[in-house]
Design a protein around this ligand. Sequence first.
Ligand code: ZN
Ligand code: ZN
Length: 285
Amino acid sequence: MEPDDRTEAAVREAFSLLDHEIRLEILLALLEDWHAVYTDPKSYAELMDAVGMRDSGKFNYHLDKLRGVYVRQVEDGYVPTASVTALYRAVLAHRPTDRLEYGPTAIDSACPRCDATAILRYERGFVSVECSACDDWPGFTYPFPKNGFAGRSVRAVARATARRARYHIGLARDGQCPFCAGTTTVDVPLDDVADDNLVEIACDTCTFLVGVEPLSPLLFEERVASALGDVGVDLERYDWELPTPTTRVESQDPVRLALEVEGEAGTATIVVDEALGVRSVAIDR
Ligand SMILES: [Zn+2]
Ligand SMILES: [Zn+2]
């Protein structure tokens, strides 16, 4: 979705409020004692003291600009708002001023097309897994905050990214954007579903957009996961290592798609509607 003028003005206002030394000092002082919902408010005097200001007129002026946006006044003083704590968390997660790029590194997986070693790269905040030998496999790409590399090996990063993507995509399929909590739209390519076309799931507000195989977003659903387990599909594996379902259109009106997944112990058939809502799950051993 293209940001409209109102969104752009809101973004401009929110960012520009941060561009002042005194306002930054106020916010940093509040964030210092921030403990999620258990934050103790800072009194007016404590806050003024923490910022090191004597001129209450000037202090008031800047506090007032922040009030309601980044600072909330409660009975015993002031606390940071959810907006500023989310920005703070985004900085901790993405570490915008740190540089981190990873060249191709082998991981514990193989290309689903040619079986050569899979390699991981990290660029511009995205983890990509691709084949070290062929171009036939489109691979896997998902955003992963730089902070996720702390204390993890490259293999562990590959696992963590794949897990993160599976949960996020499951949530998005269920109607909620994992980043902004907005509503989502699921677009299943009904006309040529058999031609390996990807399902697109997009947020109606922010830029979250994924193109995935139809099975991936369903792994989050309890009855799908349990049926796949029953037919011997190991969900601990990377999504790209799972069997590719045979997809057929069972009916156009109402839309019903059947995904047949063959495991080592049988076949699971998952019937979904046009929004990838699960209509039925059956297993045949
Ligand atoms: Zn390959
Ligand atoms: Zn969103």
